[in-house]
Design a protein around this ligand. Sequence first.
Ligand code: TXA
Ligand code: MG
Length: 350
Amino acid sequence: MDTIYKKVDPCDIDIKIIKQAGDIIRGGGLVAFPTETVYGLGADALCGASSKKIYEAKGRPSDNPLIVHIADFDSIYDIVKSVPDEAVLLAKRYWPGPLTMIFSKSELVPKETTGGLDTVAVRFPSHPVAKEFIRMSGGYVAAPSANISGRPSPTRGEHVLADMNGRIDMIIDSGECDIGLESTIIDLTAGRPMLLRPGYINEEMLKETIGDIDRDPAVFGTVSADEPPRAPGMKYRHYAPKGSLAIVSGSSEAVRDYIREKTENRTGNERIGVIACSEDADKFPSADLVADAGDRMREEEVASRLYGILRRFDDENIDLIFSEEFDTPRLGLAIMNRLIKASGHNIIKV
Ligand code: TXA
Ligand code: MG
């Protein structure tokens, strides 16, 4: 399959290109598109056969449900059974934006889209290109992140091209995603609202709006066989770089010393990479590649760079990666949730 690749400036949207993309979705095809979090791989959410193609293109297990993207709040009433008060409050505050809410689904949503579940995840993104694209596609676009299953989510058009060229009909490239980590997911279908995946809309922001919430244990990555995570996707080893990744945890000085020692006294000829904040980036001269994750005080920067960094280590064939911890106040939970999963829980305490 030839993949059409088009650049669209979010500040000056070429509506002809968006219409072409919308026609592909209405015809049952697949289009990757930008959002404020990461790039999505879209299909018509109300057509089971179209959603199924997403699983094939990504190599995604078919029990891992997709998020349905909408472009105005009222669209929700056709695809869910009921809208709890908390959802209205959260939507007023954070939609359009990087928040996904889980509802009981209506008959209109096919099981292929929800991985066989009776619930549906819904998100109303704020990216101007995403909104226009969803409207032109009929209003309901099922979309996971536009990466091959198991690779880091794409935050630039080039990342999507690297994973999806020849597998999907079209890619819309609107440059770098603002946030760089996937949306926050909250489940509103059973009792107290439960955080299933941390993201830019953090726990404090959710609590300010709807009071206390629970946290799925899988948020910390502790998944046991008897208690599967509520977001099925959280049980897979996502965001995995090709090399082995270890997170080094402890005081900043101890962490720096440990990583420096590892890069200076190698036991073999493996290529070693380091993920460090800007302040520390020049402290590891013997490493083969040091990725500057951004100023430690600027959490947004660290979040938005993370997936691009993990991909760079793959491109440069790095065998061993040591990362500093980024336990920052607002986005620390979201950043560390991704890093811990990428490392397969490989945390070295120093
Ligand atoms: O920011 C985002 O959310 C991006 C962009 C493209 O919008 N999308 C995204 O999709 O991250 P994906 O498929 O990579 O992650 C969706 C997560 C998975 O862990 C999935 O298991 C969970 O949402 N999920 C989807 N529907 C669900 C449901 N009905 N109940 C529980 N978890 C659900
Ligand atoms: Mg994903």
